[in-house]
Design a protein around this ligand. Sequence first.
Ligand code: GLN
Length: 481
Amino acid sequence: MEIKDFTIGYLKNEYKKRNISPKEVLDFVFNRIRLYNSKINSFITLTEEHAYKSVESLKFEEVDLKPLWGIPVAIKDNMCFKGFKTTCSSKILENFVPIYTATAVQRLIDAGAIIIGKTNLDEFAMGSSTENSAFFTTSNPWDVERVPGGSSGGSAAAVAARLVPLATGSDTGGSIRQPASFCGVVGFKPTYGTVSRYGLVAFASSLDQIGPFATKVKDAEVAFSVMSGKDDMDSTSHPYEFSHVDKNIKEYRIGIIKELYETKGFDPEVLDSLNDVIGLLKAEGVKVDFCSLPHLEYSLPVYYLVATSEASSNLARFDGIRYGLRVEGKDVIETFSKTRGQGFGSEVKRRIMLGTYALSSGYYDAYYLKASKVRTLIVKDFERAFREFDCLLCPTSPTTAFKKGDKTNDPLSMYLSDIATIPVNLAGLPGISIPSGLDNKGLPIGLQIIGRPFEDNEVLNFANQLESIINFEAQPQLGGI
Ligand code: GLN
């Protein structure tokens, strides 16, 4: 058996022709994990036994009916999968086993996907490098001295290293798109509300979205079409129905976000790559112009008030009584404080303290309320831009993957790496990162495409065509496929 291409389309075709079986693909996947995972450390849990049992119950007659029939998938370890640990890379949930499965995960399974394991993340998805995991740091497959980005670093690295063709991530301020950019893969954050958050451990509920990682845009589209749609278990989920569009790239009017082009702090090579893409688009006859989002500069402060406030409230449930770790104290208050003191890492504590402060009596108006108002101004900036343009383009991240340890002592510089992704969450828009080239160190550069709310299909269609034009075929030197 030979696997020439690690995409859903290829695997399904081979399955249909009976050239390979899902069991053989699992052998291939677990073999690669045994070979390479020790270098990359993508996985917290492997669900090998479950996976082999699941392929046995696949019925060949359903290969055409189920879009993900026999496709191995890795799940970020902040999404519940019944019977297997969901740790959020935190000591406080180190031994927590959920009694139900997240809707998005269940929909993947119902479409024929085989869950092969749970991937590493920054604790409770707070971070941009996976260095905040309480267990270990994931390495970037392109250079193991460097971070894979975060917080969904385990999923991004696993797809980049071709340990699995598809993985899930969650994105609150960039956690799918930024690691996708650092790892040279596709990462898609859908419109807020299109994918149910039921069973996703909440970080910031007005920002969190689940989405896929894949090597190609088409695969991200298949996964999104399966995961999205109304779910009664999540009151913020939207009655969204995905439909594929086939519109020629020439029909799109493209805006380049001026504030993320002229600002300092962006690597010249990252901007060169964007310029190359602009050149390619113009050569195709696409209309490209600059657009301005004047309130974008407030995105980071707004995000770090809204996200931390919501986090401080969401994480109150981890008290040693209801879930996970419990460290006994002499009374209930001491039990709370010992459990939380020992269970949470320092970044999580920082955010809980910031958020609790911002929400506290007398400060709420000055911080949370004001941030919410400025958030509306950012939403309006995007609305204005989308009157003139169909999609907006910018680098996904100001830099390529940085070295481990480079930013761990400087939270602000870590926060700045999400400057281009955070505004998209604040406005609830769909955004995708696709690889656009390599820098002079041989590290991948990501390009972000942003669309109107609920026009996820347009973003995916544009990204799919641009991906063929860019034709990025490079893979990390691990023994590629
Ligand atoms: N890096 C951002 C943060 O630390 C975003 C994280 C995320 O999207 N989960 O909050």
